[in-house]
Design a protein around this ligand. Structure first.
Ligand SMILES: O=C(O)CCC(=O)C(=O)O
Length: 344
């Protein structure tokens, strides 16, 4: 896969946005067709995402089916409040650090782990109005030790603690999702235990022309779940519902959880305020089969509606896709011809 690094005379969007005289956004960031944000009115109020209490989920399990399959706010999640606050502070301090410090973790050409701007796959591709730090955190042998930031010094330790706690939460959620869908526990464990996990910290600087850019290009996440934390009470996440871009409000002390490769989302930016977020992604093992649950197919005797791919292949195809507004899941659908040819 070819990667083209941005040809810019600055190292980060954060640095660009600091320029006193910046009144117009450089063309590399200007989106040609940014869809507008939904504006509520008396007849169409702002829809809100479901709020799920982790305690109810553990008690009631299967009654939560519907909400669990989509995006929701998770409250009473059990991750220690002071650890979450410490994590927030450390990430803020990381992005406040001088650019020279952050560039120690700089994304190298052809790689996708490290600190930098949007990774470009095509000439002329637009760049998101954000700087990011991304790395694979699990399985442990896939971690690049030089990438886990040790600046500020306590970031590394806090991130380890936070990842441990959020990992426990992620595995519980995956177990509950399996239970609510009647998938055998062993099957879920075989797919997700010691699976692919990664973390992304994002800094969205204020932007002089916020309506012309996006902070995060519309996409759906790869299979699994994403546990999202907004760090500084500045909203910007939006989800696509029936073609409308709906702003998502983060509740205090809640995570936003996104389940599966289903929901298109994007982040928009603000004229006066910076925004920061921290996402942890929980995906199947690279060698796991991703597709309709084998235990469910056996139990129900139904034909699969989607193809099965090994996770490594799934990810390769996911990241090289041209979806034209569709989720990758849509591309995994089996059509009647596939069934006919497999029965021949
Ligand atoms: O910044 C946000 O709220 C969204 C972040 C996100 O979805 C991602 O990093 O994939």
């Amino acid at each position: 896969m070819a990667f083209f690094q941005p040809l810019l005379n600055h190292e980060s969007v954060q640095e660009l946005a600091k320029q006193d005289n910046l009144t117009t956004v450089p063309h590399q960031y200007v989106q040609d067709h940014r869809e507008p944000t939904f504006v509520p009115n008396d007849t169409s109020p702002l829809p809100s995402i479901p709020v799920i209490d982790m305690n109810d989920l553990i008690m009631e399990g299967s009654n939560m089916d519907l909400q669990l399959k989509h995006l929701h706010s998770l409250v009473n999640h059990g991750v220690d409040e002071s650890l979450v606050d410490q994590m927030k502070n450390e990430v803020v301090r990381f992005f406040e650090a001088p650019i020279e410090e952050k560039l120690r973790y700089k994304l190298k050409g052809g790689e996708y782990e490290g600190y930098g701007q949007t990774i470009l796959h095509a000439q002329g591709q637009k760049i998101d109005w954000a700087d990011r730090f991304f790395m694979i955190t699990n399985p442990i042998h896939r971690r690049k030790p030089n990438l886990l930031p040790d600046f500020p010094p306590s970031l590394r330790i806090t991130l380890e603690k936070y990842m441990g706690e959020v990992q426990k939460l992620g595995m519980s959620l995956l177990g509950l999702i399996g239970r609510s869908l009647d998938i055998e526990k062993e099957e879920m464990m075989k797919i997700f235990e010691d699976g692919m996990q990664s973390v992304r910290m994002t800094y969205y600087p204020p932007c002089p022309q916020p309506d012309l850019v996006v902070g995060l290009t519309p996409h759906s996440d790869a299979a699994g779940i994403t546990i999202l934390l907004q760090l500084n009470n500045v909203q910007g996440l939006q989800v696509n519902k029936d073609g409308l871009w709906i702003p998502v409000t983060f509740l205090p002390h809640a995570f936003v959880v996104n389940v599966g490769d289903i929901l298109q989302h994007r982040a928009v930016v603000n004229a006066s305020k910076e925004r920061l977020s921290l996402a942890m992604f929980f995906n199947p093992k690279l060698e796991a089969d991703v597709g309709p649950s084998k235990s469910l197919l056996t139990k129900t005797g139904k034909l699969p509606l989607y193809k099965t791919l090994v996770m490594e292949q799934y990810l390769k195809q996911f990241f090289s896709r041209k979806l034209n507004g569709k989720t990758f899941l849509h591309k995994m659908k089996i059509n009647n011809q596939d069934h006919a040819s497999s029965s021949n």
